[in-house]
Design a protein around this ligand. Structure first.
Ligand code: ADP
Ligand code: MG
Ligand code: MG
Length: 877
C-alpha cells in the first residue's frame, strides 16, 4: 500500500505531532474540540524526508496526493482554486515537530492571480482589500519562494506612500494598491526574468517546495544544533483556507498568551490590530492594542476568545500561545501551542498549575527545560539598571552572568586587588592557562580576541564566571594598563560592567543581584530531589566553588583537581624544583614545601563541604605545563636551586614533549615519581584526620582518585604507594578512618579492561573529557578548528565535548560499568567530565545506572532537574 502523506485537519489530532508537526497536530486537535479553525490539510514530515531522499524533488506520488487534497478542500469549502465566483485562497505554513524560528515564513493569500483578484474584489465588494491581499501575496511569494528579498518591495511601498503624501499603509487606496500589485509583478519579472505564476496549483507546489527547502537553511540548521533537534525529523506543511483580518474595521488579527510569558502571572497577555493581516501585529506596522481592549471593541468576540483560552489551557494543561483572526466579527483560531517563556515564568507557571490542581508535582518537574535554569543561576543586572545605562561596546556573550568591577590587566593584579578587598574585571587581549587563578577571582573577564570557544570563554563557562570575549573594537594598550573603547580611555582601577548574557559592555558600575534558589525555584528543586535516583556532585577545586555548589544543592565533590593549587606564585617555584630535580632527595625536599600548603587546601575544602564526600584526584597535567620557559624564571630558579642556568636549561629541554596530552602525565607521574603520590596522599589523609578531630560529627572518608589509568597493574602500583602512606598515618593517629582508592576511566583501554581494573579500584569516575578526546582521536583544544565543517556537512550534529557521544564514548562507558560491576557488584560509578551537566548526558548516566554525575557548580541545579526527569521517564527500581 502506498504511504498516506496528507491528512485533513479533521483526520488528525494532537498526538500526531511527529507526523503532522506541532502546528498541524494542534490545528487538528482544535478542530476536533469543535473550535472555529479555518479548514485545511497537513502534508506530513514524512513527505519532507521523502523530498530529501528524492534529491530535493517532490515525487509524483506526493504531488498526486496534494492535488487530491486540494480537490477535497474545494469540496469541503465550496470554493475553487482559480474560480471567478468563489475562489479558494489558502495560506501555506511550515510546522516542525518542535517550534523552530528561522524556518520558512508563511505565505498568505495563495491562489490569487490577475483575474481572481478582480472577481474577489467584486465578490467582497471591497476592491481595496482584494488588491491589498494580492500585493501582499506577490511580495511574500517573491521573498519566501523565489528569495528575491522583501526590501525591494518595501521600497516600492515607501515610494508610493511618499508620492501620495501619506504615512500609513491603510491610507493607500484601492487604486494605489492595484498599481502597487502591478509594480510588484514588474519587479518580479525584472529580478527573475519570468512572469509571476498565475496558476494556483503551480503557486502551491512552489510554496510547498520552499517549506521543505527551508528545513535545510543555515538558520534552521543552527537552531537545530543549539536545541538538539535531529535533522532527520523534517518539517510538515499546512495548507489552510484563508480568513481575512484585513476586510475592514470589523476585522482584525492578534496573538495572545493565556499567562504572562515573562513573569508567569495568571492573566491573559496579548495584542491585536484591527484591519490587518497575519504578521502585521508583530511586524510593528502600526501600534497594536492590548488584548484587554478587545473587550470594548467587540465584547462578544472577546468573551468567546476568553472561553476558548480557558478550554485550551485546561485541555493542554499548560500555558498556551495562540494566534487568532477576526473576519467580520467572526473569530477564527489559527494556532495554539505551549507558549515559550522565560525561566522565571516557567517556574511560576509550573507551581501555579500544581496549586490549581491542573498538574502533578512530577508533571511540573517534567515541564521545565533544565538548560533554561542557567539564566537564573548567575548574578544579573536588574531591569532598571539596564534601562538606565548605555553600553559602550559589545563582544560575544561567552559566559552568562553580570559583573561589575574595577579594571585590571593581568591575572596577578587580579589577586593583588582582590586581596585588598576590591571587585575586579580582568581585561586582556586573550587569556592563557597561567591566568587561571586570576580568572577565578575576577568578577568578569573581557577579551579583545577569541570566539565562543576561546580559552577565556571555555574556562569562564566552566567556572560560572561572566565573560565577554572577542570585542575587537577595544584598542588595547596592555603595557600601559589602559584601553580605548567607544571613544573613551579606561585605565586600571576604573569601573566597568559586563553582561555575559548579551555581550554588552558598560563604562560604569552597574549594580548586580546574586542568584539564589528560593521561592518557586526552590519548590521545583525540592520536588526534583524527591523524584531523582542519581546523585549530583560537583567539580570544585576551591572552597569558594565548593560552597557555591553546596548552595546549589551539590551532594559532594566528584572531582577536586589539585593542579590549579600549584599555579600560585609561592608554589610554582616549589613544583618547578620538584620537576627539574635530578635526585629523589632534591625532589622530596621540594615536595615537602608543597605538602603543608596542599594539606591546608584540602582542609578548607573538607570544611566547606561539611562532611559530604570529596573525591580528590592526584596530579594529572603534563609536566611541561609547569616547566619554566621565560629566561628570567629559569635564572631565578637556578639560583634558588643552586645549579647553573646552563644545566637547568638542558633539563628544561630534555622535558620537551611532542604530544604532552599523551605524554608524561596522570598516573605516569606517580609511577616515575612515587614521591608525588606519597606527598599528595599524606596531605589528603592529614587534612581529613585534622578536620575529623575538629568535627567529629562529620563522617569524613577520603576518596583518592588516580588519573589516566590504562592498565590494572599500573593502578596497583600507585595504590600500593597510597596504601602504605595512608595506613601508616592513620595508625599513627590512632584513628579508625576509612578511605577509598579509585580511578578515572578516561583511556579507552581502561574501559575495555574495566573488570581487571575494578579489582584494584573501589570506584570509577568517567573522565569523559579525556575519554572523548582519546576515543575520537582529536583534542578538545583543537577540535574548534574543524568541527564547524563537520556540523555544516552533517557529519556530527553536536559537540561531543559538551554532550556525550552515546554511540561511541557512551558505549565504552556502558561496557566499563558492566565489567566493573562483574568484579565488584557494589562499585561506585560516577562521571566528572564537562558533559556531566548536560541534560541528555545526565539522562544517559541515569539509564546506565551510574551512582552520581559531577558537574561545575553552576550546572548542579540543571543536573538535579535533569536527573529527576530521567527517573520520571524511566524509573530506577
Ligand atoms: P509562524 O509560525 O511564523 O507564526 P504562521 O504559519 O503561524 O507562521 O503564520 C503567520 C501569520 O499568518 C500568523 O499571524 C497567522 O495567524 C497568519 N495566518 C496563517 N494562516 C492563515 C490563514 N489561513 N488565514 C489567516 N491568517 C493566517
Ligand atoms: Mg504562528
Ligand atoms: Mg583527564
Amino acid at each position: 500500500m502506498s504511504t498516506k502523506y496528507i491528512y485533513l485537519f479533521s483526520e488528525g489530532n494532537g498526538s500526531m505531532r511527529e507526523l503532522l508537526g506541532g502546528k498541524g497536530a494542534n490545528l487538528a486537535e482544535m478542530t476536533s474540540m469543535g473550535m472555529p479553525v479555518p479548514r485545511g490539510f497537513t502534508i506530513s514530515t514524512e513527505a519532507c524526508t521523502q523530498y530529501y531522499a528524492d534529491d530535493r524533488t517532490i515525487n509524483p506520488e506526493i504531488e498526486g496526493q496534494i492535488m487530491e487534497y486540494i480537490k477535497k478542500l474545494e469540496e469541503i469549502t465550496g470554493k475553487q482554486f482559480g474560480s471567478m465566483t468563489n475562489p479558494l485562497l489558502v495560506s501555506v505554513r511550515s510546522g516542525a515537530r518542535a517550534s523552530m524560528p528561522g524556518m520558512m515564513d508563511t505565505i498568505l493569500n495563495l491562489g490569487l492571480n490577475d483575474e481572481v483578484v478582480e472577481a474577489f474584489a467584486k465578490k467582497t465588494k471591497n476592491p481595496r482589500f482584494a488588491y491589498d491581499s494580492y500585493r501582499r501575496f506577490i511580495q511574500m511569494y517573491s521573498d519566501v519562494v523565489m528569495e528575491v528579498g522583501k526590501k525591494y518591495f518595501e521600497q516600492l511601498i515607501d515610494e508610493m506612500k511618499e508620492k501620495r503624501g501619506v504615512t500609513q499603509d491603510t491610507e493607500l487606496t484601492a487604486k494605489d494598491l492595484k498599481e502597487l500589485a502591478e509594480m510588484f509583478k514588474a519587479e518580479y519579472r525584472t529580478k527573475l526574468g519570468e512572469e509571476f505564476p498565475q496558476d494556483p496549483k503551480e503557486q502551491l507546489m512552489g510554496a510547498v517546495k520552499a517549506v521543505f527547502r527551508s528545513w535545510d537553511n543555515p538558520r534552521a540548521i543552527y537552531y537545530r544544533r543549539m536545541n538538539d533537534i535531529p535533522s532527520s525529523w523534517g518539517t510538515a506543511v499546512n495548507v489552510q483556507e484563508m480568513v481575512f483580518g484585513n476586510m475592514g474595521d470589523t476585522s482584525g488579527t492578534g496573538v495572545a498568551f493565556t499567562r504572562n510569558p515573562a513573569t508567569g502571572e495568571k492573566k491573559l497577555f496579548g495584542e491585536f490590530l484591527m484591519n490587518a493581516q497575519g504578521e502585521d501585529v508583530v511586524a510593528g506596522v502600526r501600534t497594536p492594542q492590548t488584548i484587554d481592549q478587545l473587550k470594548d471593541v467587540m465584547p462578544e468576540v472577546y468573551d468567546q476568545f476568553v472561553d476558548i483560552c480557558h478550554k485550551l489551557e485546561y485541555h493542554y494543561r499548560d500555558m498556551q500561545d495562540m494566534e487568532f483572526t477576526i473576519e467580520n466579527k467572526k473569530l477564527f483560531m489559527l494556532q495554539t501551542r505551549n507558549g515559550k517563556r522565560t525561566a522565571a515564568a516557567a517556574l511560576k507557571i509550573a507551581c501555579d498549575l500544581v496549586d490549581e490542581g491542573m498538574i502533578t508535582e512530577q508533571e511540573a518537574v517534567a515541564m521545565i527545560d533544565p538548560k533554561s535554569l542557567d539564566a537564573l543561576l548567575h548574578p544579573t543586572f536588574p531591569k532598571e539598571e539596564l534601562e538606565r545605562a548605555k553600553p559602550i561596546g559589545q563582544g560575544l556573550a561567552a559566559s552568562p552572568g553580570a559583573a561589575a568591577g574595577r579594571i585590571v590587566f593581568t591575572a596577578d593584579d587580579v589577586v593583588t586587588w582582590v586581596d585588598k578587598g576590591e571587585k575586579v574585571i580582568l581585561v586582556r587581549l586573550e587569556t592563557s592557562p597561567e591566568d587561571i587563578e586570576g580568572m577565578h577571582y575576577a568578577r568578569g573577564i573581557l577579551t579583545v580576541r577569541g570566539g565562543m570557544t576561546s580559552h577565556a570563554a571555555v574556562v569562564a563557562r566552566g567556572m560560572g564566571t561572566c565573560c565577554v570575549s572577542g570585542c575587537g573594537a577595544i584598542k588595547m594598550d596592555e603595557a600601559n594598563k589602559k584601553f580605548e573603547l567607544g571613544g573613551k580611555v579606561y585605565k586600571e582601577g576604573d569601573w566597568i560592567s559586563l553582561d555575559g548574557s548579551t555581550g554588552n559592555i558598560y563604562g560604569e558600575r552597574l549594580h548586580t543581584a546574586e542568584a539564589e534558589i528560593s521561592g518557586e525555584f526552590g519548590r521545583i528543586m525540592a520536588w526534583a530531589d524527591k523524584f531523582r535516583a542519581l546523585q549530583v556532585r560537583t567539580n570544585a577545586d576551591t572552597p569558594k566553588d565548593a560552597r557555591q555548589a553546596v548552595n546549589f544543592g551539590a551532594e559532594g565533590i566528584g572531582l577536586c583537581r589539585t593542579e590549579h593549587m600549584f599555579f600560585d606564585p609561592d608554589r610554582i617555584s616549589a613544583i618547578r624544583q620538584m620537576i627539574v630535580s635530578d635526585t629523589v632527595e632534591q625532589r622530596e625536599k621540594a615536595l615537602s614545601k608543597l605538602e603543608p600548603m596542599q594539606q591546608a587546601d584540602f582542609e578548607a575544602i573538607y570544611e566547606a563541604m561539611k562532611g559530604r564526600p570529596v573525591t580528590i584526584r592526584l596530579l594529572d597535567p603534563p609536566l611541561h605545563e609547569f616547566v619554566p620557559t621565560d629566561p628570567a624564571d629559569i635564572e631565578a630558579l637556578a639560583k634558588e636551586m643552586n645549579i647553573t642556568v646552563e644545566h637547568l636549561t638542558n633539563v628544561v629541554h630534555s622535558l620537551h614533549e611532542f604530544n604532552p596530552m599523551m605524554g608524561h602525565r596522570g598516573c605516569r607521574l606517580d609511577v616515575t615519581f612515587p614521591e608525588i603520590a606519597r606527598m599528595q596522599t599524606s596531605a589528603i589523609i592529614k587534612a581529613a584526620l585534622a578536620v575529623r578531630s575538629r568535627r567529629p560529627a562529620w563522617q569524613i572518608e577520603p576518596e583518592i582518585m588516580v588519573p589516566l589509568v590504562g592498565e590494572a597493574r599500573e593502578l596497583a602500583y600507585v595504590k600500593n604507594v597510597i596504601d602504605a602512606t595512608a595506613q601508616k598515618l592513620i595508625k599513627e593517629a590512632g584513628s579508625d578512618m576509612h578511605y577509598k582508592v579509585g580511578t578515572m576511566i578516561e583511556i579507552p583501554r581502561a574501559a575495555l579492561t574495566a573488570d581487571d581494573i575494578a579489582k584494584e579500584a573501589e570506584f570509577f569516575s568517567f573522565g569523559t573529557n579525556d575519554l572523548t578526546q582519546m576515543t575520537f582521536g582529536f583534542s578538545r583544544d583543537d577540535a574548534g578548528k574543524f568541527l564547524a565543517s563537520y556540523y555544516d556537512n552533517k557529519i556530527y550534529e553536536s559537540d561531543p565535548f559538551s554532550k556525550l557521544d552515546q554511540a561511541g564514548v557512551g558505549r565504552l562507558v556502558e561496557m566499563a560499568c558492566e565489567l566493573g560491576r562483574k568484579t565488584r557488584p557494589d562499585i561506585k560509578l560516577g562521571i566528572c567530565g564537562e558533559q556531566g551537566g548536560d541534560p541528555s548526558t545526565v539522562e544517559f548516566c541515569h539509564n546506565v545506572g551510574l551512582t552520581y554525575v559531577s558537574c561545575s557548580p553552576f550546572r548542579v541545579p540543571i543536573a538535579r532537574l535533569a536527573a529527576a526527569q530521567a527517573n520520571i521517564k524511566n524509573p530506577r527500581k
